[in-house]
Design a protein around this ligand. Structure first.
Ligand code: PLP
Length: 390
């Protein structure tokens, strides 16, 4: 009998939770009205969107009118950066070298429009320090965008500490830039209380926490001026034009609520499994290293580099064995370019190409971990036997 496939790519996406599907179903069928319509069909849809906006706000500990629904993490990031920077003719934006391309490429586009951009270098764990961020602030800095957790190497970045540093400055009477965090990888598993994080804007994507694909959330603190990036109808209080994806929005909120209800328990379970995986791989596979921080990382994220082998070759062979993994971010996997994250961390060439990301989720078990390590050990050894890098 063939062994059941093992999915260890939860940072790329997660399966839709059946309970979430059930919550969405009425809005794909009988409650089909356009929330902007005056009639009862429209008002039923409007009421659903309004209700779940409150659900999301409760989890983020903010006001319902501070939540904007978008088409995903990419749009939330684009809207945050452009929406804030476009209030000004010029100005300075600070971000990091390890952000997702939704941030980095948007920052590059803003640079071409004439804005000043600082891309902060990172340490060996892919992190920036509060002091580094503080030193980069200039009188014309309008926005700082720092991810909550990195999608390739799982490291947590000191967003709350940066928020605290800005708060202290404000207490001293200084005018400070706004703080945005791309929290896409932290959705449903990290604390998203925006008051705790001390952020002004925060991006999320539903498909990372067992919700539907193509739905995002952007928290924008009341008082923050955000210009829309697309023109059209007046939905989302004029901040995001386009008929609402009602079923998707209902699904995003249901998924976030469900994930949040078991967040701490699941985080502890995943951390334990991840430790088991990391320890076994480092012990059993020679010339293997963990990338990212050993403890300050996403509970379910384990990422490695293997000397002298190609990560893509490992992936193909794992896939052949029914094991789904990644070399880093989902968008990087189609190219053979070394990851911008590992490059920013100054990982040497002979190691950088041998990256592997194993991201755990609700379906992951200890038995799966044992099998993955056994299979991976053989794959790396086989590839090394035919590798020209010794
Ligand atoms: N930001 C981070 C950190 C991500 O990991 C991702 C997706 O992998 C995104 C943004 C983009 O989100 P979406 O796929 O919803 O556009």
């Amino acid at each position: 009998m063939a062994t059941k496939p093992i999915y260890l790519d939860h940072s790329a996406t997660t399966p839709l939770d059946p309970k979430v599907l059930k919550a969405m179903q009425p809005y794909l069928t009988e409650v089909f009205g356009n929330p902007s319509s005056i009639h009862a069909f429209g008002q039923a849809a409007r009421s659903a969107v309004d209700t779940v906006r409150k659900t999301v706000a409760e989890i983020l500990e903010c006001e319902a009118n501070e939540i904007i629904f978008t088409s995903g993490g990419t749009e939330s990031d684009n809207l945050a950066l452009r929406g804030v920077m476009h209030n000004f003719k010029d100005g300075h934006l600070i971000t990091t070298a390890v952000e997702h391309h939704a941030i980095l490429y948007t920052a590059e586009a803003l640079r071409k429009e004439g804005y000043e951009i600082t891309i902060l270098p990172v340490d060996e764990y892919g992190r920036v320090s509060v002091a580094q961020v503080e030193a980069a602030i200039k009188p014309n800095t309008k926005l700082i965008s720092i991810m909550l957790a990195n999608n390739e190497i799982g490291s947590l970045l000191p967003v709350r500490e940066i928020g605290k540093m800005l708060e202290k400055k404000r207490e001293r009477g200084e005018v400070t830039p706004l703080l945005h965090t791309d929290a896409v990888q932290g959705g449903g598993i990290l604390n998203l209380d925006v008051g705790h994080l001390k952020v002004d804007l925060l991006s999320l994507s539903a498909h990372k926490f067992y919700g539907p694909k193509g739905v995002g959330i952007l928290y924008v603190k009341n008082g923050v001026k955000l210009l829309p990036t697309q023109t059209g109808g007046g939905q989302e209080k004029g901040k995001r034009a386009g008929t609402e994806n009602v079923a998707g929005i209902v699904g995003a909120a249901a998924a976030l609520k469900l994930a949040n209800s078991k967040r701490e328990k699941e985080a502890a379970r995943l951390t334990k499994l991840r430790e088991e995986l990391v320890n076994k791989i480092l012990k059993e596979i020679p010339r293997s290293k963990l990338t990212g921080h050993a403890t300050e990382r996403l509970p379910g994220s384990a990422s490695f580099i293997f000397y002298g082998v190609e990560g893509e070759s490992i992936l193909l062979r794992l896939d052949f064995e029914g094991i789904a993994a990644s070399t880093g971010s989902a968008c990087n996997s189609a190219s053979l370019q070394p990851s911008h994250v590992l490059t920013a961390m100054q990982i040497p060439h002979e190691w950088k190409h041998g990256s592997l990301r194993l991201t755990l989720g609700r379906s992951t078990t200890s038995a799966q971990i044992q099998r993955v390590v056994k299979v991976l050990k053989k794959i790396v050894s086989d590839l090394r036997a035919i590798s020209s890098v010794k």
